[in-house]
Design a protein around this ligand. Structure first.
Ligand code: FAD
Length: 556
């Protein structure tokens, strides 16, 4: 029986010491969805695996996506049938692996006079989409007439509306998906540490990579870790690591930035998710999610520092104009923005193609030193990307006469999943609500708890003191306790941004409870007052960076 790594910041130092004494079969660089998927795939095939992440898990692109597990309807327009088939098929698999976290989401595609999709193209396109993705009968696309479309979404414009396509997708929380995949890999023997930056590579006498030099960003300690194989799954930083390996040649990354804005739901009260035209020919989503609606995304070339990606005023204005254009009854202003996020797509450069024309296909590069790098792809296709990357390792191991198991991640439920299907998730959410209702916690909160932690919500409820005065704080504290013990939360930003998504979807709760969260950290982690002050400043700056846009610039 393999010893499962403690995934608590309280034991981080012990884990750090232990990895220096071991030799791994595989080190995975990058704790986004790609690295997480690889760690799970490799550990489930019996490889001794270590995942190293320089920030928090999912702090790169994998917390900044549109949070859809989708087939990518627009790739049909680029005739990328292979991609649509693969990610389309993956949707149902990923839903099955975590039905509490990958939720069915019907999408409305309005047909507007002069828009990107005409009636026949939409009808035919969605049909092919369903066929390629093997969508089940009850979920197949429907074509709606104007009245039906307006019934689904009364905010659509009366003028120029010719009907709508109505089809099935899934919505998730990208960060939670990443962390649950990592936790599942830990149960199969993998190890994973955040705030560990791979600075350079170690090479054997043949010039092959055999380990990494790592900087622990919490203690500023430098350590060496050894492994037979190394996969670079560093997303937008993949080329940076290829440079450090001296192997950045041939194909290169092409980073494009995507921004999302979050509005209170009453400011953009869409009844359901809509995928709609922007006057410049692009398409964006408006997705209701609990007390907010989020809108995105942009797609612009990015050549700046991947560690400093921000929502600029121009991005915000572009999205606001797009929403106001599609929903005539809505008149969003900059000051209505409650929160936002901006991320980078780590795509592969293709000569002469613009940001939105670049393929979302993933590619693997293997350098002369043996470093395996993987880039491109989508959140939705993480499992197949991981399979292809780990197959490279298995193939090399097979050349030494050792066989490893084939990929089996389509049958490994993710942690938090104790459900046969979505119906069971709903029933469980009812049970949770029945326990929380008497102490004044809303149904929406109960649903959010279940779709964040799945069956692990039980452990959170057990940690609550229902008799306490401020039950909202009791619930938040119980979440904090759980994530500190079981999800390697090391500071308030890990908790508020990645584990709970509250900075994006409930920013007022972050403002309200920052102080008590800081004092909880002070007690539990016994950190000095300077660290608490630093964290407080960091969180204040995150709140400001994500939510405040200067309306004066807007009017000038
Ligand atoms: P990342 O998540 O960036 O992970 C790479 C990690 O490597 C980072 O966390 C980074 O800190 C770490 N790292 C870098 N250098 C080092 C180092 N030296 N040492 C240690 N660690 C290091 N896909 C979908 O399927 N559905 C969507 O709805 C969707 N929407 C999107 C919207 C936007 C705006 C964007 C930008 C992308 C979207 N995508 C979507 C694509 C998807 O989000 C990405 O393909 C995916 O998240 C990339 O994951 P990754 O793990 O490769 O990269």
């Amino acid at each position: 029986m393999k010893k499962v790594q403690s995934f608590s910041a309280l034991h981080r130092q012990d884990e750090l010491r232990s990895i220096q004494q071991e030799r791994f079969d595989l080190i995975v660089i990058g704790g986004g969805i790609t690295g997480a998927g690889i760690a799970l795939d490799a550990s489930s095939r019996g490889l001794k695996t270590l995942l190293l992440e320089k920030g928090d898990f999912s702090s790169g692109t994998s917390s900044k996506s549109t949070k859809l597990i989708h087939g990518g309807l627009r790739y049909l327009k680029q005739f990328d049938f292979w991609l649509v088939k693969e990610v389309g098929t993956e949707r149902a698999i990923v839903h099955q692996l975590a039905p509490h976290l990958v939720l069915p989401e019907k999408m409305l595609l309005p047909l507007i006079e002069g828009g990107s999709y005409g009636k026949w193209l939409t009808s035919f396109g969605l049909k092919i989409y369903d066929l390629l993705a093997q969508v089940t009968e009850e979920d197949r696309r429907q074509m709606l007439n104007k009245e039906e479309a307006l019934q689904k979404e009364p905010l659509l414009p009366d003028e120029g509306l010719n009907g709508a396509g109505y089809y099935a997708e899934y919505r998730t929380d990208d960060s939670r998906l990443t962390i649950e995949i990592i936790k599942t890999s830990l149960n199969l023997g993998a190890k994973a540490l955040n705030y560990m930056e791979v600075e350079s590579f170690l090479y054997d006498s043949q010039g092959k990579v055999c380990g990494v030099n790592v900087l622990d960003l919490h203690t500023e300690e430098h350590i060496e870790v050894k492994a037979d194989y190394i996969i670079n799954a560093a997303g937008p930083w993949v080329d940076q690591l290829r440079t450090r390996d001296g192997s950045r040649k041939g194909k290169q990354l092409h980073l494009t930035k995507g921004v999302h804005l979050v509005f209170p739901h009453n400011k953009l009260p869409v009844k359901q998710s809509v995928y709609f035209d922007v006057p410049d020919g692009r398409m964006i989503f408006a997705i209701p999610r609990g007390r907010v609606t989020y809108v995105g995304t942009t797609d612009t070339d990015y050549t700046g520092d991947p560690d400093k990606v921000n929502t600029e005023l121009t991005d915000a204005l572009y999205l606001i104009a797009a929403v106001n254009n599609m929903f005539p009854a809505i008149n969003l202003q900059l000051e209505d923005i409650e929160s936002s996020w901006a991320g980078l797509r780590p795509l592969i450069h293709e000569e002469g193609k613009s940001a939105s024309e670049l393929s979302r296909k993933d590619e693997i590069f293997i350098s002369d030193s043996g470093l395996i790098s993987i880039a491109g792809g989508k959140l939705t296709g993480y499992r197949k990307m991981a399979e292809r990357a780990v197959n490279c390792v298995s193939k090399s191991i097979a050349e030494k006469g050792i066989t490893t198991k084939p990929c089996q991640t389509d049958k490994i439920p993710l942690s938090g999943n104790a459900f046969k299907d979505f119906k069971e998730v709903s029933a469980y959410a009812n049970q949770v609500y029945n326990k929380l209702k008497p102490i004044g916690i809303s149904e929406a909160k109960a649903w959010s708890l279940v779709t964040t932690y799945g069956a692990q919500a039980d452990q959170i409820l057990d940690g609550m003191d229902p008799k306490a005065e401020d039950v909202q704080w009791q619930l938040l504290k119980a979440e904090l306790e759980f994530t500190l013990k079981h999800e390697m939360v090391t500071c308030p930003a890990d908790f508020f941004i990645r584990r709970t998504g509250k900075l994006y979807f409930d920013i007022d709760e972050v403002r309200k409870y920052l102080e008590p969260v800081l004092s909880y950290f002070r007690q539990k982690l016994e950190v000095p007052p300077e660290t608490i002050q630093k964290w407080e400043k960091e969180m204040q700056s995150e709140i400001q960076r994500h939510s405040e846009f200067n309306p004066e610039q807007y009017t000038s």
